[in-house]
Each structure stands twice: as structure tokens, then as C-alpha cells.
Design a protein around this ligand. Structure first.
Ligand SMILES: Cc1ncc(COP(=O)(O)O)c(C=O)c1O
Length: 322
């Protein structure tokens, strides 16, 4: 398999191996199968200041192709990526043209393309159910979970195309089972959630409220000291904190910036954000903002004003401590 650095696909040994989250992989390093990890598509830290999207995509695809060739193209089965990287890169969307270029590369080498949309899918990225639909680049296998039943019930799924289905069928199906697979209650919860999303036109809302939230974050939060970047799509938005905005220098790991901000948010500002980062073992203090699909304009303002007060309070105290 070819995965990417700074990505996460789960804790089972196979999923952990294809992921490129250094801190989470390290304790299990000796037990993981061989996987090559290509460079992530990170427009904030990876793309040169004067580099075009096209030039950056070419550079990333060259790197991915080198990983395939180094592994030996006959030995590689597929490529797995998160179209919008969640916890490992703080809601980093792909630059325009990247997903199509990965698709083309997979087609050229006859590799399966797997999109992990466990975090970014099921409407979270706005407008469509699947994040790949923004670029109209379909995978061969789609992994979905989390938002599938809006978190009210555990359910996840793997969607495969017809070709894979027929191959599986020709070998007698998948000779494994799990205790809770095809669990009717979970499926009923997912169906209910999908119906509500359709009936209440929540995909439209995730897109409209996402645009508004992004606009308000750019106006109110991005100018604050130590907020280096705001990114994402729909209601799947991320902030990256830096010590120095110009140099994009990260805080030290011991400062536990994101975690401390998230704790303060819960303790004193009555708001919850998801802290994450340092997936390459050194950079990245991220906070994910992922509100419910049915928020309205007032909620957007509550999020922005509390976040602003939280960050202002946190960084003024943080400076005083140092
Ligand atoms: C993108 C992504 N893929 C896969 C997983 C793993 O899902 P699970 O923990 O349900 O196995 C997660 C989160 O845990 C995730 O964020």
C-alpha cells in the first residue's frame, strides 16, 4: 500500500500501518506491515510561497510515483488518502487538481484508489455527502463512519465499486465476519440520519453555514496573534497555531497548545473544540471546529465570539507565563 505522511486511518494494525501519523504509529512500529508514505498535500506548510497549485500537484505526484516505483510497481495494491485530512492535519483540504492527479496515477499503475472519508464525509464538508464530490473524483473504495449516524450510534461502512464486488463474488465472498456487522439498529440509525439530512436540507445548511463560519473566522480569528492558518470546507474547519506567523514556527510539544486551549474552552467558555496535531512528530497545533449540521447564523456568532474570547484569554495568559 501507498499511504501518506500525516494521515490517520485507525488503530488496527493494518489501518495504523497505512496511516502516516508518526506519534500514533511509533509505539507499534515493529508490528506494522511495509507501507510507503508519500508527502501529504499541505498547502500551508508544503507548498512553496510562489509555487502554483499545478506545480505543487506535479511535485506531490512525482513523489507518490517514486514511492510506487521504489516499492516495486507489481507489489503495490493501492493508494489510500483522506480527501480532507482530519485529525492528522487539522482539516487540510487538497489543492485543486490533486485528487484527479492521484486518480490518474492510480489508473496508470492499475492501483486501487481508497478514500478514507470516515471523518470528512457524510455531509461534513458541505454541499455533498462525500468530500470527493467537490472535485468529482471517485475512488474505487470509500470508507465512511463517524457522521454516518451523526454519532448517535456506532456504524461505519466500506463502499466498493462494481468491479471489486464482482471479484469478491467470484472468489466466494469475504470469508470473515465481525460481531456487530450488519447490525440492524445501527443501520436504522444511519437511515434515520440520512433521512433527516435530506428532509431538513442539511447539506445546503452545512455549505451555507460553513461559508459563513469560514468568512467570520477569517475576519475575527485569523488576525489574532498565533493563529497561522484557517482552512477546511463546510462544517469541517481547522485552525493552526504558530509561535511566529511569518516563519510558521511551531510551539514546543511540551506547551500542549491545542490541548490546553480546548481544556480552557470547556472549563471557562462552555464550548468544545477538538485538539489535535503533531502528526509528523514535531509541527502542528490544530483545533478542529465541527459543529452540528443544523446550526444557524446565531450559533455561528456564538462559536466565533467564544473562540475569540478563548484565544485572547489563553494567549495573554500564556505570554504572562513565559
Ligand atoms: C480519518 C479516519 N479514519 C479512520 C479512523 C478510525 O476509525 P475508528 O476509530 O472508528 O476505527 C478515524 C478515527 O478514529 C479517522 O479520523
Amino acid at each position: 500500500m501507498i499511504g501518506r505522511k500525516q494521515s490517520y486511518h485507525g488503530i488496527s494494525l493494518g489501518a495504523l500501518a497505512v496511516g502516516g501519523h508518526k506519534a500514533r504509529r511509533d509505539p507499534f512500529r515493529d508490528n506494522l506491515m511495509e507501507v510507503r508514505h508519500a508527502m501529504p498535500c499541505d498547502s500551508y506548510r508544503g507548498q512553496g510561497q510562489d509555487e502554483s497549485d499545478e506545480g505543487y500537484v506535479t511535485r506531490l505526484i512525482d513523489d507518490m510515483e517514486a514511492q510506487i516505483r521504489n516499492a516495486g510497481e507489481d507489489r503495490v495494491a493501492g493508494v489510500i488518502i483522506e480527501p480532507i485530512v482530519g485529525a492528522a492535519l487539522g482539516c487540510m483540504p487538497p489543492v485543486s487538481g490533486y485528487l484527479q492527479a492521484v486518480r490518474d496515477l492510480c489508473d496508470r499503475y492499475d492501483l486501487l484508489l481508497i478514500f478514507d472519508e470516515i471523518m470528512c464525509g457524510m455531509g461534513r464538508s458541505g454541499t455533498y455527502y462525500h468530500a470527493w464530490q467537490h472535485e468529482n473524483v471517485a475512488p474505487d473504495i470509500l470508507l465512511t463512519g463517524k457522521g454516518m449516524a451523526a454519532g448517535h450510534f456506532p456504524i461505519s461502512g466500506m463502499l466498493i465499486n462494481r468491479e471489486i464486488y464482482h471479484v469478491m463474488e467470484s472468489v466466494g465472498g469475504f470469508n470473515h465476519g465481525q460481531t456487530f456487522e450488519n447490525y440492524p439498529l445501527a443501520c436504522a440509525a444511519a437511515l434515520a440520519v440520512l433521512n433527516i439530512i435530506d428532509e431538513q436540507k442539511l447539506l445546503k445548511n452545512t455549505s451555507e453555514m460553513g461559508e459563513l463560519l469560514m468568512k467570520r473566522l477569517k475576519a475575527e480569528i485569523l488576525p489574532l496573534p498565533h493563529v497561522g492558518h484557517v482552512r477546511g470546507g463546510g462544517l469541517f474547519l481547522g485552525l493552526e497555531f504558530v509561535k511566529d506567523k511569518l516563519l510558521k514556527e511551531s510551539f514546543g510539544a511540551a506547551d500542549e497548545i491545542s490541548l490546553s486551549i480546548a481544556r480552557l474552552g470547556l472549563d471557562e467558555f462552555n464550548i468544545q473544540f477538538y485538539p489535535c496535531g503533531r502528526s509528523n512528530g514535531k509541527d502542528g497545533d490544530y483545533l478542529i471546529i465541527a459543529p452540528a449540521f443544523n446550526i444557524d447564523e446565531d450559533h455561528v456568532e456564538i462559536i466565533v465570539s467564544r473562540l475569540k474570547a478563548l484565544l485572547t484569554a489563553f494567549f495573554s495568559d500564556f505570554k504572562a507565563i513565559r
